[in-house]
Design a protein around this ligand. Structure first.
Ligand SMILES: Cc1cc2nc3c(=O)[nH]c(=O)nc-3n(C[C@H](O)[C@H](O)[C@H](O)COP(=O)(O)OP(=O)(O)OC[C@H]3O[C@@H](n4cnc5c(N)ncnc54)[C@H](O)[C@@H]3O)c2cc1C
Ligand code: FES
Length: 351
C-alpha cells in the first residue's frame, strides 16, 4: 500500500454514510485510489462511459477528465454529481456513495495469460480460454472482469464466464468475445490470435458480482456476450447450492446468436430453482423459433410486473442495460439499489 500522507498534493476522501476515508495521490482519480486501498465503490467501465460510478459530491472540488455526457451531463455535474472514475480531487472531499461489500477483497494484479484455446460457437463470438500463472490462484467474484493491456497501453475489458471454483489444478479463465469489425482488439482475436499466444492482463475489476449475502430471488438478464458473467453467476449459485429462485433471460437477435443455448438448458435441467427463458428479437424463418420474441427486458416485465422483492443482474449492450434499469425501476417497482449491471461499452461509445 502506498504511503501518500507526506505528499502535499495528496487529498483525503471521506465516504458517507460509512465515514470510511482514504488518500488520493497527485493525478490519481478517486476510483483508482479506492481500488488501490481496497475500498468498495460502485463502478463499471473505469473510463467515463457507463455512469455506474456516479456519486454525489457533498464537500470539496474535483476536476473531471473527459467523459461521456450520457454518463454525467453538465446539468448533473452542476447539481453536484461526480464520476469517481474521472474525478481528480482539488481539495479534500466528502462523497456520498453506496459501499460495495467485498469489492476490495481481491486486489487487482497484473499477469500474463497464455491462450489455450479459441472456439467459435457463433460466427461473431469467440470463446477464449487463458491459462494464468500457476504460482497463485486467480481470486475474483463471479461477475467480475479483467482488462487486457494492449501494446500502446490502452485496455479492453472482458468478463470471466467461469466461476472462480472451476479453476482446478491450473488457474485459468474463460472469456466470451464478440467481434466488433474495425475494433482494435477483437479484429486481432478473430484474425491473427492463436493458441499459445501470451497476453498481458490485469484484474479482477468491477462491482458487478453476485451478492451472496441476500436471500432475494434473482433475475439474470443478458444480451449477446453479456451472457459471459451471467454464466459465471449461474455456476456460482450451483456451487453454493443456493436455494434462491433464479430466472435467466438471454436476449439475442436470432437462434445462432444463442451460442450456449444447450449449456443454459442443461443448467436449468440440473438446477431445480433455475428457469431459462431465451428471447429472440429478430428470429429468422429458418430458426423455426416457437419461443419468446421481442426485447429481452420487456419479456421480464411481462412475466414479473412486480419486482419489488427481487435482485436483477443485467449485462450486455449499453442500450439494453440502460432501458432495463429505467423500465424495471419505473414500471416494476425494482429498488434502484437492487439493479446490478455491467454495460459493455466500447470505443464507439466514447466518441
Ligand atoms: C466492464 C466491461 C466488461 C466487458 N465484457 C465484455 C465481454 O465479456 N465480452 C465482450 O464481447 N465484450 C465485453 N466488453 C466490451 C469490450 O471491452 C470491448 O469494448 C469490445 O470487445 C470492443 O473491443 P475492440 O478493441 O475490438 O473494439 P474498439 O477498438 O473498442 O472499437 C469498437 C467499435 O467502435 C469502432 N470505433 C473505434 N474507434 C472509434 C471512434 N473513434 N469513433 C467511432 N467508432 C469507433 C470500431 O470500428 C468498432 O466497431 C466489456 C466492456 C466493459 C466496459
Ligand atoms: S463511468 Fe465511471 S465506471 Fe463507467
Amino acid at each position: 500500500m502506498a504511503n501518500l500522507s507526506a505528499n502535499p498534493m495528496t487529498f483525503t476522501v471521506t465516504l458517507q454514510p460509512s465515514g470510511r476515508s482514504f488518500q488520493v495521490g497527485p493525478d490519481e482519480t478517486v476510483l483508482q485510489a479506492a481500488i488501490r486501498e481496497g475500498v468498495g465503490l460502485p463502478y463499471g467501465c473505469r473510463d467515463g462511459a457507463c455512469g455506474s460510478c456516479k456519486s454525489r459530491l457533498l464537500e470539496g472540488r474535483v476536476s473531471h477528465r473527459a467523459h461521456q455526457p450520457k454518463a454525467l451531463s453538465i446539468e448533473e455535474e452542476q447539481a453536484g454529481l461526480t464520476l469517481t472514475c474521472c474525478a481528480t480531487p482539488q481539495t479534500d472531499l466528502a462523497i456520498e456513495a453506496r459501499a460495495v461489500v467485498g469489492a476490495g477483497d481481491f486486489p487487482p494484479r497484473k499477469m500474463p495469460g497464455r491462450v489455450t484455446s479459441i472456439e467459435r460457437p457463433a460466427p461473431d463470438v469467440a470463446i477464449l480460454r487463458l491459462q494464468l500463472p500457476a504460482n497463485e490462484v486467480f481470486r475474483y467474484r463471479a461477475g467480475q472482469y479483467v482488462e487486457f493491456i494492449l501494446a500502446d497501453g490502452s485496455r479492453r475489458s472482458y468478463s470471466m464466464a467461469n466461476a472462480p471454483h472451476t479453476q482446478t489444478d491450473v488457474p485459468g479463465i474463460e472469456l466470451h468475445i464478440r467481434h466488433l469489425p474495425g475494433g482494435r482488439f477483437t479484429d486481432h482475436v478473430f484474425g491473427a490470435m492463436k493458441a499459445r499466444d501470451i497476453l498481458r492482463l490485469e484484474g479482477p475489476f468491477g462491482s458487478f458480482f453476485l451478492r451472496e449475502e441476500s436471500a432475494k430471488p434473482i433475475v439474470l438478464l443478458a444480451s449477446g456476450t453479456g451472457f459471459a458473467p451471467i454464466k459465471a453467476i449461474v455456476e456460482q449459485l450451483e456451487f453454493a447450492a443456493s436455494e434462491r429462485g433464479v430466472l435467466l433471460y438471454w436476449g439475442c437477435r436470432s437462434r445462432i446468436d444463442l451460442y450456449l443455448h444447450d449449456w443454459a438448458e442443461q443448467a436449468a435441467a440440473r438446477m431445480p430453482r433455475l428457469r431459462y427463458v431465451p428471447v429472440l428479437s429478430e428470429p429468422r424463418p429458418e430458426d423455426g423459433w416457437a419461443g419468446r420474441t421481442g426485447l429481452v427486458h420487456q419479456a421480464v416485465m411481462a412475466d414479473l410486473p412486480d419486482l419489488s422483492g427481487h435482485q436483477v443482474y443485467a449485462c450486455g449492450v449499453p442500450i439494453m442495460v440502460e432501458s432495463a434499469r429505467h423500465d424495471l425501476v419505473a414500471q416494476c417497482g425494482l429498488p434502484v439499489d437492487e439493479f446490478y449491471a455491467d454495460a459493455f461499452t466500447s470505443e464507439a461509445d466514447k466518441h
